[in-house]
Design a protein around this ligand. Structure first.
Ligand code: NAG
Ligand code: NAG
Ligand code: NAG
Ligand code: NAG
Ligand code: NAG
Length: 528
């Protein structure tokens, strides 16, 4: 029983907008607001003012929108005039981010709600919102800001980062007469294409075929799935040509293909596949320099003489293999051992496809720094708290579930470095999953002004609360910490500041340990 009272009280505390005032509960003139039970209607409730009217916002994190269980938020009028509450679903779960391969199913929108009394907007979060990056899904969480007219105004996703696979790839394919048999080359091309994570926010791919002339087979933004790209590649016929104008192919790729449908900020990758020395090698130096200036990373694949002999071809054109290999190495970005591939036999084809995929996806500044970043699974929006110049966002999954607190302001995201937490959350406890950011709030101290507070209910099994400042430069300073006393009590899973005399300065901080066990029962405990 006490346990339930604790919860009820916490719900009531958190319902209060802004600072926590004291109030009485009228148990006689209650109203019951009902909603669809299977949606967890009522998991969160939030009093809200908008359009000069009082509302209750109600979260329903298991609500469905179309195919997906996205979660949603209802608005319920509280004025007497309205003749009893009838709630309206706001359909926030239908909002989609473009340019990202989202996974909205089970994102739990409405699991947190924060009302902003200053502009009558509110923020609702779906901490399990995910998106696809390469072979992974990142659960960074997302929040929606809704304005005073209950219209979506923008997404808040401080942990969101572009995929490592945000790349524009142009394949420059030799289709001159000497390439034979074409179907082998085409299969090879298709195998390469199949390696690519094609989709919004990830890879786009275009193909140029060249011989004497250069023809665009398809452009970067023509297709949005690997199936469609492969289907188009199957239709590519050999265009032929007496000459192999590789420099021209590279030049057109740089000056046209990367511009037609190319995306700002996307990594540019060019893959040149050829079997022979070019007829326009005099122009190579210039086109390679230009490509280098444009930041295009070039891979070169020499479909070598030996390979072609294997397929029953012999050197009709009197190609000097050494000059050919030197040329193709020159085309490839440095170092050559990472960007140059020598196809010598059928077996090597498969290896090259794998190696090329791996090398492209481990490009510097992508996977290495990506994993070090540590916010991919952060579930930001597990808790939120509106402050003067922005919103604090709890991210329980950050840094291997140690957790973190992020902030979003009008000027952008504020992400404190991982090292800010190290003193209070030592590295040796990192496997425990402290869940910092399970709750976030703020207090006003007479001496120091506004201070931020966050709970980590699993810290060292007993729980911890930190009191800190956070500058918009990302500098986070922990001023003080409070520790739980009992294992598993979930100390810090709810925190409430109290201003008893309504002077704007916080008098008490209440910290809950709702699973505190005493006298044989899980009764819960509140610390003042
Ligand atoms: C999304 O893609 C469109 C079309 O390619 C582009 O105009 C827009 O700037 C992109 N938005 C973002 C946020 O990248
Ligand atoms: C809310 O957003 C809608 C759509 O953008 C806009 O028409 C409306 O004026 C906004 N309301 C307020 C109060 O800002
Ligand atoms: C490429 O393969 C050919 C044929 O096996 C071989 O002669 C040549 O040395 C290889 N070149 C490089 C740079 O690996
Ligand atoms: C990746 O990390 C290295 C070493 O920490 C750093 O020097 C480099 O600038 C980082 N690259 C990006 C793109 O952040
Ligand atoms: C974690 O808990 C153990 C056992 O109570 C204690 O000895 C240790 O000092 C704690 N570590 C930290 C960093 O609080």
């Amino acid at each position: 029983m006490e346990y339930y009272w604790t919860h009820l009280l916490w719900i009531l505390w958190s319902v209060m907008p802004g600072f926590h005032d004291c109030f009485n509960i009228d148990t006689r003139n209650h109203r019951i607001i009902k909603g669809p039970r299977q949606t967890q209607f009522g998991y969160t409730v939030q009093q809200h003012m908008a359009g000069g009217q009082k509302w209750l916002l109600v979260g329903a994190p298991l609500e469905t929108n179309g195919q997906h269980q996205t979660g949603d938020v209802y608005k319920c009028p509280l004025s007497r005039r309205s003749g009893g509450p009838s709630c309206t679903k706001l359909n926030l779960g239908r909002i989609s981010l473009t340019n990202v391969s989202e996974r909205k199913d089970k994102m739990r929108l409405g699991m947190t709600l924060s009302s902003n009394p200053n502009d009558n907007s509110f923020v609702a979060c779906g901490p399990l919102w995910s998106y696809e990056c390469g072979s992974s899904y990142y659960s960074t969480g997302i929040c929606s800001r809704v304005n005073a007219s209950f219209k979506f105004s923008r997404s808040i996703a401080p942990a969101f980062q572009r995929c490592e696979t945000y790349m524009d790839i142009v394949i420059v394919l030799d289709g001159s007469n000497s390439i034979y048999p074409w179907n082998e080359v085409q299969d090879f091309l298709i195998n390469i294409l199949r390696k690519f994570y094609v989709g919004p926010g990830q890879i786009q791919v275009g193909v140029l075929q060249y011989g004497e002339k250069v023809v665009s087979e398809f452009q970067l933004n023509d297709f949005r799935s690997v199936e469609d790209v492969v289907k188009a590649a199957r239709k590519i016929g050999q265009r032929g040509g007496e000459e192999t104008n590789t420099a021209l192919g590279i030049s057109v790729a740089r000056s046209e293909a990367f511009k037609q449908g190319g995306r700002k900020g996307a990594k540019k990758v060019m893959i040149v596949i050829t079997d022979g020395e070019s007829h326009d090698s005099a122009d190579l130096q210039q086109v390679i320099e230009d490509s280098e200036k444009d930041g295009i990373i070039r891979y070169a694949i020499a479909v070598s003489i030996a390979f072609l002999q294997y397929w029953g071809y012999y050197n009709r054109r009197g190609i000097n293999p050494e000059a050919f290999l030197n040329e193709i190495k020159y085309i490839a970005s440095d170092p050559d051992d990472k960007h140059f591939f020598n196809v010598t036999d059928e077996a090597a084809l498969k290896d090259i496809v794998d190696a090329l995929g791996e090398r492209i996806f481990s490009l510097e500044g992508t996977s290495k720094n990506g994993t070090a970043f540590g916010l991919q699974m952060s579930q930001a929006g597990f808790s939120t708290h509106i402050v003067e110049d922005g919103i604090l966002v709890g991210a329980v999954g950050a840094y291997d579930w140690n957790g973190a607190v992020l902030k979003e302001t009008r000027q952008g995201k504020v992400i404190p470095p991982k090292s800010s937490y190290e003193q209070e959350f030592p590295e040796e406890l990192k496997n425990h999953g402290a869940y910092l950011g399970y709750t976030v709030t703020s207090v006003v101290s007479a001496r120091s002004g506004q201070l931020y507070i966050a709970g980590a209910p699993r810290f060292n099994h007993t729980g911890k609360v930190i009191i800190f400042t956070l500058k918009n430069t990302g500098e986070l300073t922990i001023l003080h910490s409070l520790k739980g006393e009992q294992i598993g009590s979930y100390y810090g899973s709810e925190i409430a500041p109290v201003d008893l005399d309504d002077d704007g300065v916080t008098d008490n901080l209440l910290v809950a340990a709702p699973m505190f066990f005493s006298a044989g029962w899980e009764k819960g405990k509140v610390y003042i």
